[in-house]
Ligand binder design. Structure first.
Ligand SMILES: Nc1ncnc2c1ncn2[C@@H]1O[C@H](COP(=O)(O)OP(=O)(O)OP(=O)(O)O)[C@@H](O)[C@H]1O
Ligand SMILES: [Mg+2]
Length: 361
């Protein structure tokens, strides 16, 4: 386990005037680099050849490091290079998609803006649910096995990122039928049956609030809200019911983009308290709690109940809708504040007040 002391001694050797912000070239990298630049940091992008066009077209990167695969982040030579460049890494969704929790906590000797200890709590649906429940949030019910299904249920496959291959069933019989179909099509193995996570389907609209936990100000800020634009589920309503039945369309949830949302104001008290409660619980589970951005994935029903089905304790791609500004960032900071910049501002202020040790891990 890489300790905060290990990271502290790396940071001690950094040149504070040359501090750079780095991340993997994907996900929310443009957001992060733009924010870093606006707060006066140099930027370092670890990038695949096929994606370099993005980081050359948008002039935000000072140093481009080309890799074959993001797992090269585990190589000593690349880590050495990053430390030489005084890089603070900003973790985003591609870090956890390409590297395991173990690799991130045991083998990445570069300072990160984020709490590595929390990764364990995020790593699987059960510990995540425990964290969220302990914080007092309402979660969709889970069913231990298909026989228990009573009501519309979403079946989530282990490791199936981005909702690919998820399916819905409203009874044990319907589940068996769908499972068999998918098994016959080679999409699922027999062993998958017991590994599928069954969750009550919350009927409502998806809402993803973005928060920032500041250790410098000891505060949790609500900076934006988005919803996802998911294929095929957001396309189903565009064809008539007859054709839906004819082609037996199954909703899938491949994220294509994000759409900014403004919420009715009466939802804000609850969402703000939820963010604070989640962070308070995180502080108990893994001190000092969440460092920087986090996001809840929620469904809000027609009686305005808020169901939370997931948390990401890092910047989410949905914050890209706020590049420039979002209503909530604007209300707090005025113009030109967004998650990438908020991160850089926290690092800048910690640097100036000699609190870097507090926010880097
Ligand atoms: N309990 C639920 N009720 C209603 N809709 C749900 C529920 N759980 C998930 N969904 C829908 O399915 C989509 C994918 O679910 P989920 O976020 O759990 O998948 P994931 O594999 O974690 O994907 P990602 O890593 O991209 O967040 C959600 O964006 C949402 O539209
Ligand atoms: Mg999710």
């Amino acid at each position: 386990m890489i300790t905060r002391t290990d990271i502290g001694s790396i940071v001690d050797n950094y040149d504070p005037k040359e501090l750079a912000i780095g991340t993997l070239g994907s996900h929310s990298a443009l957001n992060i680099f733009k924010g870093a630049r606006e707060e006066g940091f140099r930027t370092v992008c670890i990038c695949k050849e096929k994606d370099r066009i993005v980081y050359e077209k948008f002039p935000l990167v000072d140093k481009l490091l080309i890799v074959e695969d993001f797992s090269e982040l585990l190589n000593n030579s690349l880590q050495e290079k990053l430390r030489q460049l005084n890089v603070v890494l900003i973790p985003h969704g591609s870090f956890t998609a390409y590297l395991s929790t173990e690799q991130l906590t045991e083998s990445l000797y570069v300072p990160m803006f984020g709490n590595r200890e929390l990764l364990k709590w995020e790593a699987n649906r059960d510990s995540q649910a425990e964290w969220l429940r302990k914080a007092g949030l309402r979660l969709p019910k889970t069913f231990k096995n298909p026989e228990e299904i009573n009501g519309l249920t979403i079946a989530k496959l282990p490791g199936a990122k981005g909702g690919r291959g998820y399916f819905l069933a409203s009874s044990p019989e319907a589940f068996d039928k769908k499972f068999k179909e998918m098994h016959n099509r080679g999409l699922l193995t027999k062993e998958d049956r017991s590994r599928i996570h069954l969750q009550e389907y919350a009927l409502g609209v998806t809402v993803y609030p973005h928060y920032f936990s500041s250790l410098v100000y000891n505060d949790v800020e609500l900076l934006g809200v988005d919803r996802r634009y998911e294929s095929a589920v957001d396309a189903i309503g565009r064809i008539p019911a007859n054709e839906q039945l004819e082609i037996q369309v199954n909703p899938t949830y491949t994220v294509v983009g994000n759409i900014p949302l403004t919420l009715r104001e009466s939802l804000l008290p609850k969402l703000i308290r939820m963010g604070e409660a989640v962070n308070k619980k995180a502080r108990e589970l893994a001190p000092p709690g969440i460092i920087g951005p986090f996001c809840l994935e929620t469904v809000i029903t027609d009686d305005l109940e808020i169901y939370t089905f997931e948390i990401s304790a890092r910047i989410v791609a949905g914050t890209n809708v706020g590049i420039g500004t979002s209503p909530y960032a604007y209300l707090k900071y005025g113009e030109n504040m967004y998650m990438g910049r908020r991160i850089a501002k926290e690092i800048r202020e910690a640097l100036e007040t000699e609190q870097l040790g507090k926010i880097l891990a």
